[in-house]
Each structure stands twice: as C-alpha cells, then as structure tokens.
Write a protein that binds this ligand. Structure first.
Ligand code: ADP
Length: 395
C-alpha cells in the first residue's frame, strides 16, 4: 500500500509517499510559506528536486499541489490518486487521551482539538492539515500518530510536577514528553540491532536535533523523558533553554522589562546553544567556531554535552542500570565530537568509546569498544517510516 505521510506545521508541510511493503520512499518534499506566498518542493525518487512557486493561501491549496505533483504525468510517483491507500498524520499533542495511534474520525478530531491548549502552536496546524486532506481525499483512511503517545507509559512519579495537585486535576499540567515517534522507533531498532531481550532491556535514547530530548526505555516501555508539558523542558537545545530555575523568568522580566510572552519568546527562540554562543543554533557552525577556539562556542558545546550526560546518569538511576544507549537525530547521528564529549562523562558506567567507529555519520553502528560494559550505538531515526508503519497497522 502507498501511504502518504504528512507533517503539518503552521506555515509549512512536509510529506513523503512510502510504499509500505518495501518501505521505499516514492516521493517526498515540502510546502513552505503557506499563507504568505507559497513554495512547493517535490522530489520523485531518483530524480532531481522540482521547485514551484505558487500561491498557497491555506493548507488546502498546499495539499492540493502536493497531490497534483504526486500524480502529474511527467514526474508523478503514482498514475492515479486512487493508488494512495492511506494517509498518516503527525500530531504533536495527544494529551492523556491518546496512548497510541488512532484512525481519524470526526469524534477523534474533536478529542485532538480538546488538546489544543496544551500545544497551541502545533495542534491547530496539525488539525488544519488533517481536515484539508479529508476534504481532498474523501474515503481514504487516515491515521493520527502522536508525538506524546509513546511516553504515556511513564509512571506518575515521573510525570507529576512538584506543583499543587489541583493543577494536574483541573488543567492536566504534567510532563508529557515529545519526539515519541522517534524514541519508539529508535529504542525498538536498538533492541533489535543488538539482539537484546525486549522484555528485559534497559535502554536510553538521546534524540539530539534542533529540538532535543532523552528517554529511558525499560522493557520496551518509556519510563521517563526529558521534555515536559511542552518541548521547552530538559536538554539545552538549538534555541531553547531546557531546564532553568523558574525564578529566572521573573528576574529577567523585571530587568529587561518583558511580559510573560516576551520571556517565553527568549526561552524558546533566543536561548540554547545559539543564545549561549552568539554564533548559531546549528552544530555545523558551532563545530567550526569551536575548532577556531571561539570561547562562547566552546562553552555552548560544553553546556550541551554536560546536560546530556547528566540526564543519562539520572536515567541509569531511574532504571537501576542500562544495557545500551542510542544517539539519534541530526546531532546524534552526525556530530562525533559532541558524542565523544558526552561519552567522556560515562566512564563510571564502564563505557569506552571506539574512536574510529565514532567517526560514523548517519548510519547504524556500534561506537563503543567490544569490552565496553554498556553498548553505545548510532541509530538513525526515521519518523516518517514510523508513521507509515503505524498507519498500515491500523488500516
Ligand atoms: P530538527 O528535526 O529538530 O529540526 P534535526 O534532527 O534535523 O533537527 O537536527 C538539526 C541539527 O543537526 C543541527 O544542529 C545540525 O547542525 C545538525 N546536523 C544535521 N546534519 C548534520 C551533519 N551532516 N553534520 C553535522 N551536524 C548536522
């Protein structure tokens, strides 16, 4: 079956058409600047990228353009749209309602909408994409795959904040975690790759991308993760602060004359390694500056790696041990000097890194030595493929 995977943001939309039996990507691309002007990038497997500038006032026009590109006579991936058997949608927040993927019905859409205030930037955009798709592809089954679902197995002691309990009861203020599709995909693949017994396994997944999070996966189930009510908590990220003393918010608000929205903007968009370094949020730029001896870039990388190492330590405590650790996402898969810095803190776990193996980029590999007491791997993530698999399983 051909599955169209859609990841819809407020002004952009990424898509892939995947043939589920072979798991081959038939075509992929994105729509950008939706509601502004509009730009479609389309690439059929084996061919060059095609870029089309065209008006996309709403997501409906954007999705229509994707469908037109997918079956255009010259470079289309299918001869007819009826060859698309199902659509899998990424949905950011499923609250406590969704602990797994779900076939999208009118009822389910209402329930997703009820989670909107937990992810006001993301869920409404996801819903717009789903509704536009349902309108343009009537009768085609659609599935929602949630970023939060994999983490719903966390025990209460891991997801409750030290806040008045009534906030949890009234508003569902608790830790949810994100990147769940990636943590699920990578933890399962790690267990398979290393031939571990899934029912007796302790693994840690470090998803280090622009957004970054870590999870502790015990016997195949998530027991803790570093992101919280929102994706701001946890690691130091590209532009997000991660964990800070909450009192800093009032302090900075007074000093800089900012309101709460202004402070949140700083924590989400002006902090992290970009805010620290003043160089970039991109680790390719940071690595260059680091190698040139730029002092602030050096601190930024040190702070980033130190925070990851501290989280790994805390998850070893949470699971009373660890069998294997996986690095994934843009930084985790490609940036060997950051992996090296993180692993340098973990000698107490009996971890030794294989320097040559650690030079790997973007492919599955064990990067610890054979005598390392914990096996460390690079496992590339593939959220689109994970969404495709979930979709096929449900339709
Ligand atoms: P997101 O999906 O959250 O935008 P990614 O997983 O794409 O993030 O990760 C982006 C980060 O990965 C950037 O900091 C970038 O520098 C880093 N990255 C991606 N590819 C490479 C590469 N080939 N070499 C070094 N760093 C890379």
């Amino acid at each position: 079956m051909n599955v169209l995977v859609i990841n819809c943001g407020s002004s952009s939309l990424k898509y892939q058409l995947i043939e589920s039996a072979s798991e081959a990507v038939l075509a992929k691309g994105l729509c950008e600047r939706i509601g502004i002007d509009g730009r479609l990038v389309y690439q059929k497997a084996g061919l060059d990228k095609e870029i089309t500038e065209a008006a996309m006032p709403t997501h409906k026009e954007a999705i229509q353009m994707v469908l037109d590109a997918l079956h255009n006579p010259e470079s289309g991936a299918v001869a007819d749209l009826s060859e698309i058997g199902a659509v899998g949608h990424r949905v950011v927040h499923g609250g406590e309602k969704f602990s797994g993927s779900v076939v999208l019905t009118d009822e389910v859409l209402k329930e997703i909408e009820a989670c909107n205030d937990l992810a006001p930037l993301h869920n409404p955009a996801n819903l717009i994409g789903i509704r536009a798709c349902r309108e343009l592809m009537p009768g085609v089954p659609m599935v929602g795959v949630f970023d939060t679902a994999f983490h719903q197995t966390m025990p209460k002691k891991a997801y409750l904040y030290g806040l008045p309990y009534e906030y949890y009861e009234k508003y569902k203020v608790r830790r949810y975690g994100f990147h769940g599709t990636s943590h699920s995909f990578v933890s399962k693949r790690l267990i398979q790759f290393l031939n571990l017994d899934a029912s007796a396994s302790k693994v840690i997944v470090a998803h280090l991308g622009n957004g970054a999070s870590i999870s502790a996966v015990l016997n195949g189930e998530c027991v803790d993760t570093s992101m919280g009510l929102t994706p701001l908590e946890g690691l130091v990220m590209g532009t997000r602060s991660g964990d800070i003393d909450p009192a800093i918010m009032e302090f900075i608000a007074k000093k800089e004359n900012l309101d709460i929205t202004g402070v949140m903007n700083v924590l989400n968009k002006k902090s992290g390694v970009e805010g620290l370094s003043g160089v970039s949020s991109d680790f390719r730029d940071l690595e260059k500056a680091y190698n040139e001896g730029n002092e602030r870039a050096v601190y930024a990388c040190e702070v980033f790696a130190y925070r990851v190492a501290k989280y790994i330590g805390s998850y070893v405590a949470a699971m009373n041990g660890v069998d294997a650790i996986a690095f994934t996402a843009g930084i985790g898969e490609n940036t060997s000097f950051i992996r090296e810095k993180i692993l340098a803190y973990l000698g107490y776990l009996g971890i030794t890194m294989d320097e040559e193996a650690n030079q790997v980029r973007g492919e599955e590999k064990v990067i610890s030595t054979p005598d390392s007491r914990v096996t460390v791997c690079v496992i590339p993530t593939n959220e689109e493929l994970a969404i495709c698999r979930e979709t096929v399983a449900l339709v």
